[in-house]
Ligand binder design. Structure first.
Ligand SMILES: *Cc1c(COP(=O)(O)O)cnc(C)c1O
Length: 372
């Protein structure tokens, strides 16, 4: 065999500075690691829907016969349906391959070396990763002890080169929404304010809490949405954003052609045509959230944050219990939840809201944790 000659071209230096995004473990990987069959696992680590998409989605995907053709990138029918769903005129709507793609595209539109993004931890880790990948700087403005935004601290932290303020509402992983008054106050700073509303459907008060209706009134407000969570379509990858119209031509240049696939188009249209049944599933999850809260709060060693999302964040309050104890107890029962590496979340874990039987299994598994 011929030996491989060592030829390593230098990579971009910012790649050396980012850790790869760590997704929640997949069912297959967890099963291979633990030996527990996939059918017995309870996946509560990535905020996916336990109920899956509308049955109309499955039927329409199976009946479609033109997968050999590229999708229409202008997607007029789907964008019009989203205009009706959001109440925002169609010219503000832009589709993406998951809303994570929009974060990357937007950052590439606005961010270069020396420019910064303000973010408020604890929050979604991808915002910082995307910033570093653009060779930008992260301005970290911690939340107050109750996890609300510290508006004065955000304003004080802004630098002349700060381009973007990213807010997650409701926030992953703390579960609380950003009041619209806070968003309006930050719009006055004349930075691009990006509001990630991945979980807004679970607030039960979307009309009041969503920043969508402000989009046509500002040239510096973007709202990001996704079908991954509420619509049960995480695997098909469909996101969309509500943008000031002047930004959209720039996104179009950066996005690869046909990035949103035909299956995602179909699935989104069928979801929007079947909102009654999808909203029923959201209502089940909101109702179940209260039961998961009770189960977690009933453990003497846990504190739980209230949540307006489809997940809850619990933190250990008793020095006799370690996060490894929680991990072992849940893993033994085949329950996947989200643990964190970052020091501020090292003694916390996040649980997605599942079905009533998932909640019962969670309670049984936590009851196995003994205070030493
Ligand atoms: C899950 C999630 C998303 C969704 O990302 P997609 O790429 O649309 O699947 C976006 N933002 C946050 C904060 C999330 O937790």
């Amino acid at each position: 065999m011929q030996s491989v000659k060592c030829v390593r071209i230098p990579v971009r230096p910012e790649l050396e500075r980012v850790a790869p995004y760590e997704p929640g473990e997949s069912l297959d990987a967890f099963s291979a690691r633990t030996g527990i069959p996939v059918e017995r696992l309870i996946k509560l680590n990535s905020n996916e829907s336990p109920y899956g998409p509308s049955p109309r989605v499955l039927a329409a995907l199976g009946n479609y016969t033109r997968y050999n053709y590229y999708p229409d990138p202008a997607a007029p029918v789907l964008r019009q349906a989203l205009a009706e769903y959001t109440g925002v005129p169609v010219e503000h709507i832009f589709l993406s391959n998951g809303s994570n793609e929009l974060i990357q595209l937007l950052w590439r539109v606005f961010l270069g070396p020396g420019q910064s993004v303000a973010l408020c931890p604890p929050t979604f880790s991808l915002y910082a990763t995307a910033t570093t990948l653009c060779d930008g700087t992260v301005l970290t403005v911690p939340r107050r002890p109750d996890y609300t935004l510290d508006l004065e601290a955000i304003k004080a932290a802004l630098l002349p080169e700060t381009r973007i303020i990213i807010l997650c509402s409701p926030n992953n992983p703390t579960g609380n929404p950003v009041p619209l008054a806070d968003i309006e106050a930050l719009l006055e700073t004349e930075r691009l304010v990006v509001v990630d509303e991945a979980y807004i459907e679970f607030t039960g008060a979307m009309e009041e809490l969503s920043a969508a209706r402000l989009v046509p009134c500002y040239e510096n407000l973007v709202v990001l949405r996704t079908f991954s969570k509420w619509a049960g379509l995480a695997g098909l990858r469909l996101g969309y954003g509500l943008f000031p119209t002047w930004i959209i031509p720039h996104l179009l240049k950066l996005q690869l052609p046909f990035e949103v696939n035909v299956a995602a188009h179909i699935a989104a249209l069928e979801t929007l045509a079947d909102l009654e049944s999808v909203r029923q599933k959201i209502a089940w999850i909101i109702a179940e959230r209260a039961r998961v809260y009770e189960v977690l709060a009933a453990q003497p060693f846990l504190h739980v944050l209230p949540s307006q999302t489809n997940f809850l964040l619990a933190s250990l309050t008793d020095a006799r219990v370690q996060i490894s104890d929680v991990r072992a107890a849940l893993e033994a029962e085949g329950i996947l939840v989200r643990f964190y590496r970052s020091p501020d979340l090292a003694r916390t874990f996040r649980v997605s809201v599942g079905t009533p039987s998932d909640t019962e299994a969670l309670g049984r598994a936590l009851a196995n944790i003994r205070l030493a």
